[in-house]
Design a protein around this ligand. Structure first.
Ligand code: ANZ
Ligand code: ZN
Length: 870
C-alpha cells in the first residue's frame, strides 16, 4: 500500500464535513444535548501550540459525544477587544478594528486546517456590535436590577498605558503589560456588584464535583470568607477635644488577645491622617506607603515598616495595660476596618514588625508540653495548641478561647456600646469595570449635568464605537472625539456627554458561552434555548483563568438569572484545566537563544547533543520551558501542519502525557506519532483486503485466534470510551496502540484467512478506525472509506463493546506507590508490561500521589501487582 497523504486527505475531508454541515448544531431534535467549549482565543494573529492542545482535547470530546448520539454544541469565537489592538494602532498605524479582523481571518484559517468539529455558523467576535449591543443591554438590565454601582474609588493607575488596572493586573506593584510602577488615583468608576453573591459563589463551589479541586480551592481563597470579631480599643491619650477616642480593629484570632503588642493603622486610615496633620514626618511616611502601592502582592512582599503615632490604646480586658499605636505599611485600608491589633508571636507580619521595632513577642498558644518561648524565637507560630500566658483563657483550645473572648467582649461595653461584635468578612471586592480605553465595549450611559448618569434608551442601542479615531496622543481617544462624545441628554435634551470609559474585557468573556446558544438573537439570549444547552457540560482551558474569568462568569450567570436571561446559576458543570506545551531551550556559543527549527539534534538517548542546522556549530541544550517568544523555544503549528498534517500534531499532543500535565514537544515524539498514523492507515488497508465485507454477520464458530483478536478490539474500544469520558486521553492512545499491535499480529498470518478471522479482522479494523476518529479524524475518514463505507465515520454511531468479550481475560492489578496501595486497574490478562506501565503513568491517582516528583521506577509483576517508586 502507498503512504497516507495527510496534505491531500485533510483538506478533502474538511470540505466534505463542511458540505454536509455535519458540525452545525440544529434545532431541538430529541437527542440529549452536550455542550463542549474551549476557552475562546484572543486574536493575537497566530494560533500557538497551546491552542492546538486545548482545541484538540475539546474536539475529542465533541466528536465522541456526537458519535454517542448527543446533539453537540461546539462553537468558536474571538475574545477580540483589548489593549494589544490599540498598541498595534499606535505602533503600526493600523486601526484596531482592521488589525483585529485581519488576525481573526488568519487564525480562523489556521483553526480550520486542524479539522476541528466546530459549528462555524455560530462564530462570534466580542468586538462585533452585534455582540456588544447585547452586552450593553445586559449592563443596563443589571443596572436596573441594582447590580451596578457607580462610586469613587481608588484605582491602580498605570502611568505608561494611561489606564486603570484591576488589582489582578498589578503584579508586584507594576502594570501587568507595561511593567510601570503603579500609582493610586481616585476616580469615579462603574462597579458590578459581585459581592452581592459572595455567599452563593462560595457555597456552590461544593456542588461542582466535575471541577478540579485546586481550582475550587483557588476560588475559595479568592472569595476569602473569614469569621472574626470587631474589637474597639479605647484611646488613652486622645489627640484633643473632638478627636477620635477609639480604634476599631478586625481580628480572626481573638484568642490571641493577651499576646497583643501594638495596634496598627493603615496609611489611609482617617486617624492616621488626623495624626499626620501635626506630624510632618508621619505625613511623609504615609506618602511613602502610598507610593509602595496597595495591591495585596505589594503589601506581602514589601519590608514591614511603621511609624509610632504616639497614641496609646487600652487593652480591652485590662484598662491599665497600654499599647502603642503605629501606622504600618502592611495594613490594607479596604479590608476589615483598616486597623489591626498585632500579635507578633502568632502572625508572621506582626513578628517581622515587632522584631524590627523591638516590640514584645509574647506566645499565647502552644502545643501541650512545648516550650512556648522557643516556639516563637525564630518566627511566628500559627499552628494549633492550648492557650498560655492568657489569664482566664489558659488551658483552653484555640476555638474555645475565640468563643470565650467573643462572648465576654460582646457583653463588655465602651461608651455604652459593646466592645466586641462578631463579623464575617470577605476578601472579594466589587468588580470595577471602567477602563479608559478605546477598544472595548462602550458603557451605555450619558452624563447630564441636570439628570446625572442616564441609561442610553433601548432604541438607541448599541452605542457603537466611532471608527474615526486617532492614536497619536496618549490616553483614551474617545475622550477627544467630540462628534461621538457630545450628545443630548436622553431625559431632558440638554447638552450632555457620553460615558467615554469602556468595559473591562473580562466582561466580554463572562457571558460568551451563553451567547453561543443563540449567537444572532436580538436579545442577549433566547432563554429557552439557553436553558436547554447550559450549563456547559465540559469547559476546557488554561489554569491561568482559574480565578478571575471563572469567577466573573459565575457572577454573570447569577446576574443573568436575576434579570431573566438564563435559568441557572452555574455556567460550567465540568471544567478541565490542561497543562502547557513546553519545549527544550537552545543557546548558541554567544549565549543567544536559538529556535528549535534552527537546531539539529544528533546522537541517541544517551549522548544527546545539538548543532546549528545551518552552520553545524555546537548548540547548548537548556532546560525544558513553556514555549515563549523570548526564549525562542516556540514551534509554529503551521510548520507542523505543513510537514506532518493536523492528525499527527493532534495525536502527539494527546498521547504523551496526562492532559492536565505539561506536554514536552519534541521532534522525536512527533515523528513517533507520524509513524503511528501511517501504521493505522496500513493496517486498515490490509484488513480491508483480508477481512470480511462491511456489515458481514458474525459466524457461529469462532477459533481461538479470532476470539483473541475480538477481545483485543473490544477491550480497546471499552478503554478508549472510558478514557475519553475521564479525560485520560493518553491512556486512550495507549489502548489504541495495543489494538494496532493485536491487529498487526493477526494480519501477519500468510495466505487466506477463515471466515471467523475475516470477521474479526474487519471488526478490529473498524473499531480501530472509530476509536482513532476523535483524535485523528482525517486519517479515520480515509481509512473508513478504504474499509468500504460510503457514510463518513463522523456520521457513524460509536460502537458498543460486548461485555461478554470483556468479562473474562481481564485482571485487576493493585497499584502501590512507594509501598502503599493507592489504586487498581483492570487490564487484559495478557497485557504486556510496557502497556501496563503506560496506563499507570497516566493514572490520576498516581499523578496526584506523586505530584511533581519524577517517577523513578515502575515495577510490573505480571498478573500480580504494580509498584511505583517515586
Ligand atoms: C490579630 C491576629 C493575631 C491576627 C494573630 C492574625 C493572627 P483573614 O483571615 O484574611 O481575614 N488583618 C485584619 N485586617 C487587616 C487589614 N486591613 N490589613 C492587614 N491585615 C489585616 O485575616 C484576618 C487577620 O488579618 C486579622 O486577624 C488581622 O490580624 C489581619 F495571631 O488579628 B489578626
Ligand atoms: Zn438631562
Amino acid at each position: 500500500t502507498e503512504r497516507y497523504n495527510a496534505r491531500e486527505a485533510e483538506p478533502k475531508w474538511q470540505a466534505a464535513w463542511d458540505e454536509r454541515h455535519l458540525f452545525e448544531t440544529g434545532p431541538e431534535d430529541g437527542r440529549p444535548t452536550y455542550y463542549v467549549l474551549e476557552m475562546f482565543p484572543y486574536p493575537s494573529g497566530r494560533i500557538h501550540m497551546g491552542h492546538v492542545r486545548n482545541y484538540a482535547m475539546g474536539d475529542v470530546v465533541a466528536r465522541y459525544k456526537r458519535a454517542k448520539g448527543f446533539s453537540v454544541l461546539h462553537p468558536m469565537g474571538w475574545d477580540a477587544f483589548g489593549l494589544p489592538a490599540e498598541n498595534a494602532a499606535m505602533e503600526k498605524k493600523v486601526h484596531p478594528k482592521q488589525w483585529t479582523y485581519a488576525n481573526i481571518a488568519a487564525m480562523r484559517e489556521q483553526l480550520k486546517s486542524i479539522g476541528l468539529s466546530l459549528d462555524w455558523s455560530r462564530e462570534i467576535a466580542t468586538c462585533d456590535p452585534e455582540y456588544y449591543a447585547q452586552q450593553q443591554r445586559l449592563f443596563l438590565d443589571f443596572l436596573k436590577a441594582g447590580l451596578v454601582d457607580r462610586r469613587k474609588s481608588k484605582v491602580n493607575w498605570d502611568p505608561v498605558d494611561n489606564t486603570v488596572l484591576a488589582n489582578e493586573q498589578v503584579i508586584d506593584g507594576r502594570g501587568w503589560r507595561s511593567g510601570a510602577l503603579v500609582e493610586q488615583r481616585e476616580l469615579t468608576q462603574w462597579f458590578l456588584k459581585i459581592t452581592d453573591f459572595s455567599d452563593s459563589l462560595l457555597a456552590s463551589l461544593d456542588e461542582l464535583p466535575r471541577w478540579p479541586e485546586k481550582v475550587r480551592l483557588m476560588q475559595k481563597n479568592w472569595i476569602g470568607r473569614s469569621e472574626g470579631l470587631l474589637v474597639r480599643w479605647a484611646i488613652a491619650n486622645p489627640h484633643g477635644e473632638g478627636a477620635a477616642s477609639e480604634i476599631e480593629v478586625y481580628t480572626t484570632r481573638p484568642d490571641t488577645l493577651f499576646g497583643a503588642s501594638f495596634v496598627a493603622l493603615s496609611a489611609d486610615h482617617p486617624l492616621a491622617a488626623a495624626c499626620a496633620k501635626c506630624d510632618p514626618k508621619l505625613q511623609e511616611f504615609i506618602e511613602d506607603c502610598r507610593r509602595q502601592g496597595t495591591s495585596v502582592a505589594a503589601l506581602e512582599t514589601a519590608e514591614k515598616k511603621g511609624f509610632d503615632t504616639g497614641l496609646k490604646v487600652r487593652h480591652p480586658f485590662d484598662p491599665d495595660w497600654e499599647l502603642p499605636v503605629y501606622v504600618a505599611n502592611f495594613v490594607l485600608m479596604d479590608y476589615g476596618t483598616g486597623a489591626i491589633f498585632a500579635c507578633p508571636a502568632h502572625d508572621q507580619r506582626d513578628w517581622d514588625f515587632a522584631s524590627r521595632y523591638g516590640l514584645p513577642i509574647l506566645p499565647v498558644v502552644a502545643p501541650e508540653g512545648a516550650d512556648a518561648a522557643a516556639l516563637v524565637a525564630k518566627g511566628s507560630y500559627d499552628g494549633d495548641g492550648r492557650l498560655v500566658n492568657s489569664r482566664f483563657l489558659d488551658g483552653k483550645s484555640v476555638d474555645e478561647a475565640k468563643e470565650e473572648v467573643a462572648r465576654r467582649l460582646e457583653a463588655e461595653t465602651l461608651d455604652g456600646k459593646p466592645v466586641g461584635q462578631r463579623k464575617i468578612n470577605w476578601r472579594l471586592r466589587d468588580w470595577g469595570i471602567s477602563r479608559q480605553r478605546y477598544w472595548g465595549c462602550p458603557i451605555p450611559i450619558i452624563h447630564c449635568e441636570a439628570c446625572g448618569p442616564v441609561p442610553v434608551p433601548d432604541d438607541q442601542l448599541p452605542v457603537r464605537l466611532p471608527e474615526d479615531v486617532s492614536f497619536d496622543q496618549p490616553g483614551n481617544p474617545l475622550d477627544r472625539n467630540a462628534a461621538w462624545r457630545d450628545v443630548p441628554c436622553p431625559a431632558c435634551g440638554a447638552p450632555a456627554r457620553r460615558e467615554t470609559d469602556t468595559m473591562d474585557t473580562f466582561v466580554d468573556s463572562s457571558w460568551y458561552f451563553a451567547r453561543f446558544t443563540a449567537p444572532h438573537s436580538d436579545r442577549p439570549t433566547e432563554p429557552g434555548t439557553a436553558n436547554r444547552w447550559l450549563p456547559v457540560d465540559q469547559y476546557i482551558g488554561g489554569v491561568e483563568h482559574a480565578i478571575l474569568h471563572l469567577l466573573y462568569s459565575r457572577f454573570f450567570t447569577r446576574a443573568m438569572k436575576a434579570t431573566g436571561h438564563v435559568g441557572m446559576e452555574e455556567p460550567f458543570a465540568g471544567l478541565f484545566t490542561q497543562g502547557m506545551v513546553v519545549h527544550e531551550t537552545y543557546k548558541d556559543a554567544s549565549g543567544a537563544w536559538v529556535a528549535p527549527a534552527d537546531v539539529t539534534i544528533i546522537g541517541g538517548d544517551e549522548g544527546r547533543a545539538a548543532v546549528s542546522a545551518s552552520t553545524g556549530e555546537p548548540i547548548e541544550i537548556g532546560p525544558i520551558e513553556k514555549m515563549s517568544k523570548s526564549k525562542k523555544n516556540v514551534v509554529d503549528p503551521n510548520d507542523i501542519l505543513d510537514t506532518y498534517g493536523a492528525d499527527t500534531a493532534r495525536w502527539f499532543m494527546l498521547s504523551d502525557s496526562p492532559p492536565e500535565r505539561d506536554v514536552v514537544w519534541s521532534e522525536a515524539g512527533v515523528e513517533g506519532a507520524s509513524r503511528r498514523v501511517q501504521r493505522v492507515w496500513r493496517l486498515a488497508n490490509e484488513a480491508a483486503a483480508k477481512g470480511a465485507l462491511p456489515g458481514a454477520a458474525a459466524p457461529a464458530d469462532m477459533g481461538e485466534a479470532a476470539i483473541a483478536l475480538r477481545r483485543a478490539a473490544h477491550a480497546a474500544l471499552s478503554r478508549v470510551s472510558d478514557g475519553i469520558e475521564k479525560f485520560h486521553f493518553n491512556i486512550c492512545v495507549a489502548a489504541t496502540n495495543e489494538l494496532t499491535n493485536a491487529l498487526s499480529q493477526a494480519l501477519q498470518v500468510e495466505g487466506p484467512v477463515g471466515e471467523d478471522m475475516a470477521f474479526a479482522l474487519r471488526e478490529a479494523a473498524e473499531f480501530l478506525v472509530q476509536i482513532v476518529a476523535p483524535f485523528a479524524p482525517h486519517l479515520a475518514e480515509e481509512c473508513w472509506a478504504a474499509l468500504g463505507h460510503d457514510r463518513m465515520v463522523a456520521e457513524t454511531p460509536w460502537p458498543e463493546a460486548d461485555p461478554a468479550l470483556l468479562a473474562s481475560d481481564t485482571i485487576t492489578l493493585p497499584i502501590q506507590i512507594n509501598g502503599k496501595k493507592r489504586d487498581e486497574i483492570i487490564v487484559p490478562a495478557d497485557a504486556d508490561n510496557a502497556s501496563v506501565e503506560a496506563i499507570v503513568r497516566g493514572l490520576e491517582s498516581v499523578v496526584r500521589a506523586i505530584g511533581d516528583k519524577p517517577i523513578r521506577k515502575i515495577i510490573v509483576v505480571p498478573g500480580r501487582i504494580v509498584n511505583v517508586v517515586a
